[in-house]
Design a protein around this ligand. Structure first.
Ligand SMILES: Cc1ncc(COP(=O)(O)O)c(C=O)c1O
Length: 386
């Protein structure tokens, strides 16, 4: 054969690569089939469906979530929006918690409304009865997020799921804070459990991915159809990264939890601090529900300081050395940000009495993190007094 042809066909990959502890990372849009009859059969015939790493990750997530089916999406937000698009149609009514991640709310208020879905926002403090009282004949979905983004209210997920199911309404929860490990929404009767795998499953702040898990065959069909129809796909290399993260999720979360509780407790004793919004603290909002439902906490919590000019808030954050200033969370590193600008869209803004911050406690030594915060709180005082 001509060298050009040989160049194109030489060096074929082995049909059965040796086994390693992780799956093979297959890069491929084209999937080669052995028999012409298989081209239109049931076998995987195109890479967008996901190859070995994606299917291994899906089965690991099924195990983690107690699910019978899991779909993968290219980000946590895509998992939330993709799952909603899969189960909703024009004319449906959706109840969404005011504590939802801000882009989830933005999607519901823009894309969903454009497609004829009507949205109503409820307070994260509302009881199951209160939420169901807002339901209409055309209510199709209740969207929960617990604890709430930024303000950390805990919802009575089991009661809301039971009340919704009795009315034939689906429930979907953003369970990213619990990372699929600290709380099991599907066991509590929720229909769809969504996680931003970008956070703790990844653990290193370098991959975007999301998942939606269910135990309902009907919902599984809808989620699967939604992924196929909308064309979501994730790469094998990134699926591998998330799977690798899952192997150490439990030990990392235990460290995030213990360090975050040390910092949260220390912060409650500082004169600049009004409130610490950490569900594991006995006087924090939602503590009783958290203690009933969760096997632990992660490294993310809120902090309300005594009021001071905005310049003091910036001075505090800018003086931090170990806490990076940035969005996202769930990685090995500590992060801090001001939350108030994000609360402006809330329909039921909580009365906190001072500026709200969010801390993500990473895997560093907690004593070093306390020293960093101590210096920053001193700067807060100095700037406020200047
Ligand atoms: C609670 C929550 N859900 C979902 C997401 C979205 O995840 P992603 O950034 O992967 O789209 C985030 C991101 O910060 C989040 O905090």
């Amino acid at each position: 054969m001509d060298p050009v042809t040989r160049l194109i066909h030489a060096g074929e990959p082995p049909a059965n690569p040796v086994r390693t502890v992780g799956p093979a990372i297959q890069r491929g849009s084209t999937v080669l089939l052995a028999d012409s009859r298989d081209l239109y059969g049931d076998e995987i015939n195109y890479g967008r469906t996901g190859l070995s790493a994606q299917s291994t990750l899906k089965s690991a997530l099924e195990d983690l979530e107690g699910a019978t089916a899991v779909e993968l999406y290219p980000s946590g937000l895509a998992a939330l929006t993709g799952a909603m698009l899969a189960v909703l149609k024009a004319g449906d009514h959706v109840l969404l918690t005011d504590g939802a991640y801000k882009p989830t709310r933005a999607f519901c208020q823009t894309a969903l409304e454009r497609f004829g879905v009507c949205l109503q926002i409820y307070s994260p403090d509302l009881s199951a009865e209160g939420i169901i009282a807002l339901a209409r004949p055309e209510t199709r979905l209740i969207v929960l997020e617990s604890p709430s983004s930024l303000t950390f209210e805990v919802q009575d997920v089991a009661a809301i799921a039971a009340a919704a199911r009795a009315r034939g309404i689906l429930t979907l929860i953003d369970n990213t804070w619990a990372a699929g490990l600290l709380f099991k929404p599907l066991d509590q009767g929720v229909d769809i459990s969504v996680q931003a795998l970008t956070k703790y499953a990844c653990g290193h702040s370098d991959v975007f991915m999301g998942s939606a898990a269910t135990t309902s065959p009907a919902v599984a069909d809808q989620l699967g159809a939604g992924v196929r129809e909308l064309g979501w796909a994730v790469s094998g290399a990134e699926a591998y990264d998330i799977l690798r993260g899952l192997r150490t999720l439990a030990v990392r979360l235990a460290r995030h939890d213990s360090s975050a509780r040390i910092l949260a407790h220390w912060l409650t004793q500082q004169p600049q601090v009004l409130k610490v919004l950490h569900p594991a603290l006995p006087d924090a909002p939602g503590h009783a529900l958290w203690a009933r439902d969760y096997s632990g906490a992660c490294g993310l919590f809120g902090l309300v300081l005594r009021p001071a000019p905005e310049a003091a808030e910036h001075a505090l954050l800018n003086s931090l050395k170990l806490f990076g200033l940035g969005f996202s969370w769930g990685g090995f590193e500590s992060l801090a940000l001001r939350s108030d600008p994000q609360l402006l869209v809330r329909s039921f803004p909580p009365r906190l009495g001072g500026p709200l911050f969010r801390l993500h406690v990473g895997l560093e030594d907690p004593a070093d993190l306390i020293a960093d915060l101590q210096g920053a709180l001193a700067i807060y005082d100095q700037t406020a007094a200047a």
